[in-house]
Design a protein around this ligand. Structure first.
Ligand code: UD1
Length: 419
């Protein structure tokens, strides 16, 4: 297995181009199943999760062509059964359920694996499909969904932890071809949901209210092919801004949507950093004094759970006591034990990490356990004395396009050791 060696203590400076959003691209690629006509998706990041999704689509019978960031897909005929060996590697494979149900009125998909960030049910997705008239059966590790007819309905996707991002996308993708009107109440408001809705609208769907808690969909008879460019990855951009905050003189992320980044740039400002916005570029540079923070992860437009681990890496060396509470995935703290091995002082109290800033971290061999946790360990390594060896790098390659090369271009010293 590849590993990454981070030689700590280098200062970062310069501009990094941000890739297209992984979390937008995955459901958008799945949505191409909704039409027999060809679709062209651009700014698709080169990531292993994207590769898995394209493999799943090919296995389902789609013609898939890829040339750098551009993907062409034609789903003229599709199979409705996705077995375990093709879906097990990625939780987001669950988002083929909605489009298969919408188009073929049936889907059998093995229950997915994915990030180890606690129990990640799909009950809300299934509740949405049932409301549209589908019957759902789970057996032998497969979920089987069948709907002789899909009929619009009012569906609530609220849960104790907020809404569901992929669940909102999934129900939206099934409902665009249902008879009549569907209202999704308690919909996720994330920009990735809006991006998916915009692609579906370009395919001929009638969707109103994406980006708010209430989405209205008027079913249409069929969808057609469309072209779409994926939005910038706000989590990749946020990760580079935190890297810049940790060890940068001035780091700029370019080709971003600054509005999508407010939930990260606001706490960075509060923590004492200078943030400047210039068109589609956002820069971070040190202020006179770093300050501890109180942070709560909440659904968009709140501070994203996908940035929690990286922010913990920053706060680990910020003087004072920071308190970080996780409200979306309460068990998502696997990075804490590893940061402590590097000398961080973090007390985990249920879903809350109490971080007492230390002056320095020290390099150590550490184990990545999920995508964002592994990014946090690389960021921690940037500020540590000596060398940090991040193992199980495949997690990071699921969601960051060449993170080592991009950080090196900014002045970091990171080696990838091939297994
Ligand atoms: C997406 C993102 C992931 C991000 C998460 C929250 C993708 C590919 N992944 O994941 O990076 O961390 O949003 O912003 O887009 N829940 C239920 N029942 C369900 C579904 C979810 O209880 O049927 C709960 C989850 O356990 C969690 C919360 O709802 O506590 C939010 O999960 P959800 O928004 O569904 O996450 P994903 O869409 O899987």
């Amino acid at each position: 297995m590849d590993k990454i060696l981070v030689h700590g203590g280098r200062r970062l400076r310069g501009t990094v181009k941000i890739s297209g959003s992984k979390n937008s691209a995955l459901p958008i690629l799945a949505a191409t199943l909704l039409t027999k006509e060809p679709c062209t998706i651009s700014r698709v990041p080169d990531l292993s999760d994207i590769h898995y999704m394209l493999t799943i689509l090919s296995e389902l019978g789609c013609e898939v062509e890829r040339a750098s960031g551009m993907v062409q897909i034609r789903a003229e005929k599709v199979k409705t059964h996705a077995p375990y060996d093709i879906v097990r590697k990625m939780r987001a494979s669950v988002c083929i359920l909605g489009p298969l149900l919408g188009r073929e009125h049936r889907a059998t998909v093995s229950l997915p694996g994915g990030c180890v960030i606690g129990d990640r049910p799909i009950d809300l997705h299934l509740r949405g499909f049932e409301a549209l008239g589908a019957s759902v059966k789970v057996s032998n590790g497969n979920v089987m969904i069948l709907a002789p007819k899909l009929t619009g309905a009012t569906i609530s996707l609220r849960s104790t932890f907020g809404s569901t991002v992929l669940g909102t996308g999934n129900v939206m993708m099934a409902a665009v071809l249902a008879d009549g009107q569907t209202i999704i109440d308690g919909a996720a408001e994330e920009p990735e949901v809006v991006d998916l809705a915009n692609f579906l609208i370009a395919m001929g769907a009638k969707i109103d209210g994406a980006g708010t808690r209430r989405i209205t969909i008027e079913g249409v008879k069929e969808l057609h092919g469309a072209k779409h460019e994926v939005i910038p990855d706000r989590i990749e951009a946020g990760t580079f801004l935190v890297a810049g905050a940790i060890s940068g003189d001035e780091v700029t992320v370019s080709r971003v949507n600054p509005e999508h980044l407010l939930a990260v740039t606001s706490p960075l400002r509060e923590a004492g950093f200078h943030i400047t916005v210039n068109g589609n570029k956002v820069s971070v540079s040190p202020g006179p004094k770093r300050r501890a923070l109180k942070l709560d992860t909440i659904p968009y437009p709140g501070f994203p759970t996908d940035m929690q681990a990286q922010m913990c890496a920053l706060l680990a060396t910020t003087d004072g006591i920071s308190v970080v509470s996780e409200h979306v995935f309460p068990n998502r703290f696997m990075h804490v034990a590893e940061l402590k091995r590097m000398g961080a002082n973090i007390d985990l109290q249920g879903p809350t990490a109490v971080i007492t800033g230390v002056p320095k971290l020290s390099g150590a061999p550490v184990m990545a356990s999920d995508l964002r946790a592994s990014a946090a360990l690389v960021l921690a390594g940037l500020q540590a004395d000596g060398v940090t060896e991040v193992n199980r790098v495949y997690h990071i390659d699921r969601g960051y396009e060449s993170i080592d090369e991009k950080l090196n271009e900014l002045g970091a010293e990171i080696e990838r050791v091939k297994a």
